[in-house]
Design a protein around this ligand. Structure first.
Ligand code: 3PG
Length: 347
């Protein structure tokens, strides 16, 4: 994989530096509900401050607003960042998506971002699959460098694209089946076992369009309705009662998946095994998270929901790499060069 040039190669002392971070974090009642991405952006910001940058202007999108929208103002995020890094040289610009030219990569939007700035550092791995003004356009106007998080994400996820220790177990789940088939196709043939749970497993029950076999659940927790308190029972995977929904993998599948994961030397996990937000349907995801944490080899968790599960279970410290990228980590593993990375000159 091509290496973009590093912020460590830049001469930042006395310079005005524009940093694109991915501070797109969940908000609840106007407060930051999970600051993982803010924390992850700190090493680059601290580095720039320590190297004597005159100004560090941080920009990010937040949510998917259609133009100006008070519900998506960056203020709570900026407040949390200030608490973590109280330095007057660091300031946070307003939500990049308040400018309609951001997502269309309008050159005028890029120009506005670049104004008064000397250098551009892209540290927004989670947004590197987007060709926007703040991730691509501005890199054409200022000398562009990769931030420390972006570099580390490329290195840690990139290991899965090279030679890996075996057995290599790939665990896929979640609802966004179409998004994930590309990754499965690219990586699956290299894995020794591909375990599929969640909604994906239902989609693959009748026909597997992939050019290799996959391990599907043998039993599921079936529910009479899509509700946290729905009537439920354990049934074999292939005999779901009419009108019932499989909302989690069953105990037999959990044990089997757990054994395969614990025996692996390399694991990539993306996507929950069921509706884990509802405790009665969280056991499959929990079992996978615990097995990934127990596995001895190189373990990577990517994608918003699986990352949230591993964080909530307090297991993040026990995996080799928790990626801040959802869609970005998937596209990278499909073997694509991400536009935000492609826009940075080589090392
Ligand atoms: C993410 O949360 O995956 C990134 O911040 C990208 O957000 P987007 O899908 O709205 O571009």
């Amino acid at each position: 994989m091509r290496k973009p040039r590093s912020v460590r190669e830049a001469d930042v002392a006395g310079r005005h530096v524009l940093v694109r971070a991915d501070l797109n974090v969940p908000l609840e009642e106007g407060r930051v509900a999970d600051d993982t991405r803010i924390e992850a952006s700190l090493p680059t910001l601290r580095y720039l401050v320590d190297q004597g940058a005159a100004e560090v202007a941080v920009c990010s999108h937040l949510g998917r607003p259609k133009g100006l929208d008070p519900a998506f103002e960056i203020a709570p995020v900026a407040g949390r960042l200030r608490e973590l890094l109280p330095d007057e040289r660091v300031r946070v610009l307003e939500n990049t998506r308040f400018d309609p030219g951001e997502t269309t990569n309008d050159p005028e939007s890029a120009k506005r971002l670049a104004e008064g700035m000397d250098l551009y550092v892209n540290d927004a791995f989670g947004s590197a699959h987007r060709a926007h003004a703040s991730t691509v356009g501005v890199a054409k106007l200022l000398p562009a460098y990769a931030g420390l998080l972006l570099e580390q994400e490329l290195e840690m996820l990139g290991k899965l694209l090279g030679e890996v220790e075996r057995p290599f177990v790939l665990v896929a789940g979640g609802a966004k089946v179409d998004d994930k088939l590309g990754v499965l196709e690219h990586l699956g043939g290299r894995a020794d076992e591909v375990l599929v749970g969640g909604k994906m497993a239902e989609e693959l029950r009748d026909e597997n369009p992939l050019p290799f076999p996959v391990e599907l659940p043998t039993d599921v927790v079936a529910a009479a309705a899509f509700a946290a308190d729905a009537e439920s029972r354990i049934v074999p995977y292939d005999v779901l009662p009419d009108g019932w929904l499989g909302l989690d993998v069953g105990p037999e599948s959990r044990t089997r998946f757990g054994e395969l994961i614990r025996g692996a030397r390399t694991v990539f996990w993306n996507g929950p095994m069921g509706v884990f937000e509802w405790p009665r349907f969280a056991e499959g995801t929990k079992a996978v998270a615990e097995a990934v944490a127990d596995a001895d080899g190189y373990t990577v968790v990517g994608g918003g929901d699986s990352v949230r599960a591993i964080q909530e279970l307090g297991l993040a410290e026990r995996v080799s790499w928790v990626s801040t990228g959802g869609g970005a980590s998937l596209e990278l593993l499909e073997g694509k060069e991400l536009p935000g990375v492609a826009a940075i000159p080589s090392a």
